[in-house]
Design a protein around this ligand. Structure first.
Ligand code: GDD
Ligand code: MN
Length: 344
């Protein structure tokens, strides 16, 4: 039984597969190679089959049609026998010669070892456009998934993990970013990033595209418990109520009194939205206590809102525009530092 199972998902990699396999075999490590092919029209499967006959340590998992890289890796896991699993592209963008370095780290007891483009010493040969996409996606992950905050390259496609950190059933998405799911849903305590250079693709073309971007956004929202979406909905409800009530009261009520009522109504509206769509799970407290606490926590934002509105109207801003600026600054005041305290 090999120590390391190397999973290589393939779709139209006929020219690349023999090169990758030869370079892995040349390392003379204790490994098995698992090629998961989605019925590539270019004959990758037949090549994989002949490589399996040539080398005794190569298995081919055959799937009927193109079903995505993550589900390919999940399926490969079911035949993996190693204590550790490596995931890599079949296009030599992930140099196989880097496996021994990663394996050395894994054997020190690290749960997940990531070949990282974004730690000191790492780099990538991405085009400018793809680099922007990659950096933005990484930023989104850092913002929404706390667990990835300290990891420079949580979206790397090249990594090794101890097989028992994740149950294949917990890999649910069908995005490109299987590493994210392992980091968020797995029993991962230690992560180590080792710098490497993400090379140019040798043959064939990337399967990355718009669908992958959408799948990624869906995955991050899913993994974050739809947190950003819920916060946005609660914020939007507050904004609409605040401006709406101010608009209705303003002709007949002194501005700051109208604003105070609008602000309180908006606090209640966003409280209701937060209760319907809890971000940090439901709290055991009574409704009244929670509302009181919510009001206390938003007091700074409320005062900011009213003060900014008053000030801007004083210097002749249109009052709804002034209120909008006030709301934004008020939100900023509320969410600095207190957001995670909401329901805990
Ligand atoms: N079986 C199977 N099914 N394999 C697939 C499929 C599929 O639907 N789609 C892609 N693959 C295989 C490709 O043949 C290749 O071996 C590997 O999965 C990665 O696909 P690429 O098309 O080369 O992806 P990329 O280079 O654009 O993206 C890579 O880099 C990203 C880093 O930003 C991947 O490694 C990503 O996982 C990684 O996040
Ligand atoms: Mn690639």
């Amino acid at each position: 039984m090999a120590l390391l199972s190397i999973e290589i998902p393939t779709y139209n990699e006929a020219d690349n597969l023999p090169l990758v396999v030869e370079r892995i075999e040349a390392l003379k490590m204790d490994v098995e190679i698992i090629v998961v092919d989605d019925n590539s029209p270019d004959g990758t499967r037949e090549i994989a089959q002949s490589l399996a006959e040539k080398y005794g340590n190569l298995k081919v998992v055959k799937r009927p049609s193109k079903m995505g890289i993550t589900s390919a890796i999940r399926e490969g896991l079911s035949v993996a026998e190693g204590e550790y699993v490596a995931v890599m592209d079949c296009d030599l963008q992930h140099p196989p010669e880097f496996l021994p370095t990663m394996m050395k780290e894994a054997e020190k007891g690290t749960d997940v070892v990531i070949a990282s483009r974004y730690v000191k010493g790492g780099s990538s040969s991405f085009s400018f456009a793809r680099r922007v996409v990659s950096r933005t996606a990484t930023g989104i992950s850092h913002l929404l998934l706390g667990k990835t905050g300290k990891i420079a390259d949580p979206l790397s496609g090249y990594f090794i993990f101890r097989k028992d950190v994740i149950d294949p059933a917990d890999i649910k998405s069908n995005s490109y970013k299987i590493l994210l799911e392992i980091l968020v849903r797995g029993r991962v305590k230690t992560v180590k990033e080792v710098p490497y250079t993400f090379c140019q693709r040798v043959n064939g073309r990337s399967k990355f595209g718009f669908t992958e971007v959408m799948r990624y956004l869906h995955l991050v929202l899913q993994l974050s418990g739809y947190r950003a979406l819920k916060l946005a909905i609660a914020g939007l409800a507050g904004l609409i109520v605040n401006e709406g009530i101010l608009f209705m009261l303003e002709p007949r009520t002194p501005l700051l009194a109208a604003s105070a009522m609008a602000v309180e109504a908006s606090i209640i509206a966003s409280f209701v939205m937060h209760s319907l769509l809890p971000v940090n799970g439901k709290s055991g407290e009574s409704l009244f206590r929670r509302l009181a606490r919510y009001n206390t926590m938003t007091v700074l934002g409320a005062l900011t809102n009213i003060a900014v509105l008053g000030l801007l109207v004083f210097v002749h801003f249109e009052y709804l525009a002034a209120n909008f600026v006030g709301i934004m600054l008020g939100l900023a005041a509320n969410y600095t530092g207190t957001e995670e305290l909401l329901w805990t």
